[in-house]
Design a protein around this ligand. Structure first.
Ligand SMILES: [Zn+2]
Length: 399
């Protein structure tokens, strides 16, 4: 699945119509959830049928395209099996009981209710919500019109801090001819450098958030000084949301470009299977970790790895920074010790370089690692490709 996103250009009335459609989606989702809560044995199919009942009962619900209504019911259903699974597996802590939504920001159409013009520059929504014809603004290299209409499986309108966007999900396999480079690379992600590879090369941390932090803090202060429910407060909130969006986009862009460069220049990638969620609990490190965006980066590494059909291997994190990559002696060191000096063979290496060598060696032995390329490329555009494996990893990062 490929996702193509465009910004939407329309009038105020059209944006209001989009907002109304988004509200209807939320209404249907919450109504379905209510039904599930109130009645015993409600199935996914029952919720689908319930959509038709709702549209008879509420005229505003009938205005929304019928498949879009079903997509809204699907969303309600999405939260339910997850909750059951958590209960069955006796997950510790909260089980994630499905919640009513009040901040929905998107509406999803399937294959009806919209029409894309053949030049790929305008889209018209044809259901009763009266959104009408909108212009698509985007990268000219992204040619949605190049795909047959039947391959466009979903069309989703999303509200963002800087306006409305439309996402097209296209059923297409994307593969890239990989040019072998003969390099097997282990990478260590760290706080000092964004990453260090087994050849000793480093990529510096961009620290978008820290850079933008002063501006964000100022905007946050301004917001909190504004009077509740005032017009100025609304404006300030919008500005803050825009600033956050900018940082998020910069981070995503960086992660993606680094991952692409890494995959293009290697034939095998090994990385450490970190428990990022646990590490974030350490508040001293939390901000730097979020800022570094490793999770995002590793998802893109897996994604590009599957496009290029090269192995991307996650290895268990024990001892990778403590062990000597030359002779295997354990050399204990705290986080502040930046150099690895072996007490036995005398090798001197940068701490992260040593770890990257160990990570690569572990992957090549192959007993501790597992292949990660089995997942389909759609994972990168979805949410969690590598969290699954991360959960399975045991033990803490050794430092
Ligand atoms: Zn040694």
């Amino acid at each position: 699945m490929l996702i193509y996103e465009y910004k939407l250009d329309g009038t105020k009335q059209q944006y209001a119509a989009i907002e109304e459609a988004i509200r209807v989606v939320q209404f249907i989702r919450n109504k379905c959830l209510r039904k599930w809560m109130d009645e015993i044995g409600v199935s996914k199919n029952d919720l689908q049928c319930y959509c038709a009942v709702l549209s008879k009962e509420y005229s505003f619900a009938s205005a929304l395209n019928s498949q879009a209504r079903q997509a809204a019911a699907d969303r309600a259903w999405f939260a339910i099996p997850r909750f059951y699974d958590n209960c069955k597996s006796h997950k510790t802590g909260k089980k994630g009981y499905p919640q009513f939504q009040h901040d929905n920001r998107s509406v999803e159409y399937k294959q009806t209710g919209w029409k894309l013009e053949s030049d790929g520059k305008h889209i018209t929504f044809t259901d009763g919500c009266a959104i009408g014809r909108l212009r698509l603004v985007g990268n000219p290299k992204q040619q949605i019109a190049a795909f047959p209409i039947k391959d466009i499986k979903r069309v989703r309108i999303v509200r963002r801090a800087d306006g409305y966007s439309v996402q097209f999900s296209v059923a297409a396999e994307r593969t890239i001819e990989h040019t072998p480079s003969g390099r097997n690379v282990g990478i260590d992600v760290g706080l000092k450098s964004f990453l260090t590879d087994s050849e000793g090369k480093t990529v510096e941390n961009p620290r978008h958030y820290r850079k933008a932090e002063r501006r964000l803090k100022r905007l946050q202060r301004q917001l909190s000084r504004k009077q509740k429910k005032s017009c100025n407060r609304k404006k300030a909130r919008k500005q803050l949301a825009k600033a956050h969006l900018k940082v998020a986009r910069q981070r995503e862009d960086f992660a993606r470009k680094q991952a692409n460069a890494l995959i293009t220049s290697s034939d095998l990638i090994a990385y450490e299977d970190l428990k990022i969620r646990n590490m974030v609990k350490n508040h001293r490190l939390a901000k730097s970790i979020h800022d570094a965006g490793w999770g995002q980066f590793l998802r893109w590494v897996n994604y590009y790895g599957s496009l290029h059909a090269i192995p991307v291997i996650a290895v268990a994190p024990q001892w990778t920074s403590q062990e000597c990559s030359e002779c295997g002696t354990i050399v204990k060191k705290s986080l502040s010790v930046r150099t690895h000096i072996c007490t036995r063979c005398g090798v001197v290496l940068d701490r992260d370089h040593n770890a990257a060598l160990n990570i690569l060696a572990k992957a090549l032995i192959g007993t501790l690692g597992h292949r990660e390329t089995s997942g389909s490329p759609e994972n990168a555009s979805g949410q969690t490709a590598s969290t699954r494996t991360r959960k399975r990893a045991t033990g803490k990062r050794a430092g």
